[in-house]
Design a protein around this ligand. Sequence first.
Ligand SMILES: Nc1ncnc2c1ncn2[C@@H]1O[C@H](COP(=O)(O)OP(=O)(O)OP(=O)(O)O)[C@@H](O)[C@H]1O
Ligand SMILES: Nc1ncnc2c1ncn2[C@@H]1O[C@H](COP(=O)(O)OP(=O)(O)OP(=O)(O)O)[C@@H](O)[C@H]1O
Ligand SMILES: [Mg+2]
Ligand SMILES: [Mg+2]
Lengths: 165, 165, 165, 165
Amino acid sequence: SESRFRETFKTIQDNFAHLFTRFFGGGQTALVLSDPNKPLESGIEIIAQPRGKRPQSITQLSGGERALTAIALVFAIFMVKPSPFCILDEVDAPLDENNVLRYAELIRDFTHRSQFLTITHSKRTMEAAQTLYGVTMEEVGVSKIISMRLQEEEQPTLDLLEVSS
Amino acid sequence: SESRFRETFKTIQDNFAHLFTRFFGGGQTALVLSDPNKPLESGIEIIAQPRGKRPQSITQLSGGERALTAIALVFAIFMVKPSPFCILDEVDAPLDENNVLRYAELIRDFTHRSQFLTITHSKRTMEAAQTLYGVTMEEVGVSKIISMRLQEEEQPTLDLLEVSS
Amino acid sequence: LQLKRLEIQGFKSFADKTVLEFGPGITAIVGPNGCGKTNILDSIRWVLGEQSSKLLRCDRMENVIFNGSENRKAVGMASVSMTLVNNRGTLPVEYDEITIKRELFRSGESNYYINKTACRLKDITDLFMDTGLGSHVYSIIEQSQVDLILSNKPALRRMLFEEAA
Amino acid sequence: LQLKRLEIQGFKSFADKTVLEFGPGITAIVGPNGCGKTNILDSIRWVLGEQSSKLLRCDRMENVIFNGSENRKAVGMASVSMTLVNNRGTLPVEYDEITIKRELFRSGESNYYINKTACRLKDITDLFMDTGLGSHVYSIIEQSQVDLILSNKPALRRMLFEEAA
Ligand SMILES: Nc1ncnc2c1ncn2[C@@H]1O[C@H](COP(=O)(O)OP(=O)(O)OP(=O)(O)O)[C@@H](O)[C@H]1O
Ligand SMILES: Nc1ncnc2c1ncn2[C@@H]1O[C@H](COP(=O)(O)OP(=O)(O)OP(=O)(O)O)[C@@H](O)[C@H]1O
Ligand SMILES: [Mg+2]
Ligand SMILES: [Mg+2]
């Protein structure tokens, strides 16, 4: 139904602008229907300019900036109708340390509505978790799980897991 | 010159096996021509099995294992005819810490023949470098370079660069 | 709806029975390259009814069954069971707790269960229809999807509107 | 052949004249997301004669010219010059040191120079023909190329054989 679509689309646009600003400290975003008369079939163009910059298109953004833009867009949609749980597989890989922290904070803000499973090599993302599982292959080719609960004051021993950062 | 091709192909196969073993501590590799009668037009299938594992195809390998396999293959070709310099842009992003170290060691072994430029967020890869340049945007939207020579006993101050690991 | 427990046996690198318990908030999964982290994500996708072997990184669905390692023979069956708590009445069933289970044998025979009662695959996918869980689009996010998410193509539009509207 | 110096001005985010000096071995380039690291790689590709705006992450070649920021106007020209030391007689020229330079104006006018003498683009690409430098395949390696490198498609075969044979 087209009016419901337009309403949802407006909400997503606002969410996207808000989340993008969280990541970039400001900037301009827009989601533009390539064919406004046929919204349900139209393509969508993404305009995203980090604060102070003027990239002509999102192809000019850096690897990390594109990852943050994609995360902002996915969560802008997620906010409309949060799924009960969400799995993020190494989404933080191209991010520098400050951006990993912002990403981890964003996820924390959604935890009142949903559970999250983050697969990561980054210490910062691990520190944001309530529960930590290590996966190992002590026996070659066979996976095994080690539980390392992170609740409250506990600190896990991470060395045996050879984590990358 | 089909015989020259076959000879080069054999060398690349051997190099690939050797480099793969450096990364995975063992395992099986093969490069298979899909059409041995038309080598110069044939596709090439890559078989790669890390030590102790039996993946049916390289699509089953993990993100990090695929990155290492691709690096091994590219350098197997590189060894045949090293280019004077080689630029690696965040090739270490999906690697865990031990694999980043192996990757950095591999590059070091090629430095007698070629110069390398590594773009990275990883401290380990930085530590393997002789020269270090930091790129910043103190003024929004305008890049600026800071030289931080790493020769011998010097240790650079990395904090201001907000590096991710 | 909350994910409570996941049991994996014979699925990909999880030769032995493996149990993960989930709490509220964020659960982080860590470990070296190739140890099995993304395989856990695959097992969740699979038990929710994924039929695309490509999305499970396999050439054929049979390849999700543990196919052996240096010290172990291949096994004959993969099984994954997921227990959820229906704490907000999200699921249209009378149960507080619901366990879905999927089995696949090398013969190609498949079994599906809801709370130990045999059912069809369709019964499982129908159950999750409105929760955002059965879909791929914003409950499973992988690093490799960034380019797809940022493209103008219809894939993004479908994601935006079918999921949230 | 050794890369000695790179001068970038008005190219992408490098509004001001920027000089990088290269030594033997490994040079690492570090910094936060979006600060300009990959832009340096683009400038090297560009001065070596890259004609594909897509490989330079632009919609049009004009987009490589610094297009302004919060505090700066766009500039009218991009220029990159690279100085190499011909220490192994790799290049078929009499010089010990060779400087190539490329300029692009918003009008679309392009200038090319070898050791300050105006020349055509073809003269620059011919110069690097046999060194592995002018090609993309194994002298510039990016994280995003892993899937392409590992695919069966003809792209890989061309890479393997045209480059090394
Ligand atoms: N059917 C199977 N039987 C046994 N092992 C399998 C099977 N399918 C996949 N594997 C193994 O699982 C491993 C990949 O695991 P996975 O993708 O979960 O790694 P990961 O922990 O996500 O690593 P990374 O950090 O590199 O992404 C591969 O080495 C592969 O050989
Ligand atoms: N013509 C241009 N004028 C001004 N700025 C530009 C131009 N082209 C690209 N940029 C800017 O350059 C930035 C991207 O730089 P680059 O890709 O080098 O980042 P990076 O350091 O590699 O980051 P990452 O670590 O995320 O990969 C973008 O923010 C973009 O706005
Ligand atoms: Mg993985
Ligand atoms: Mg980059």
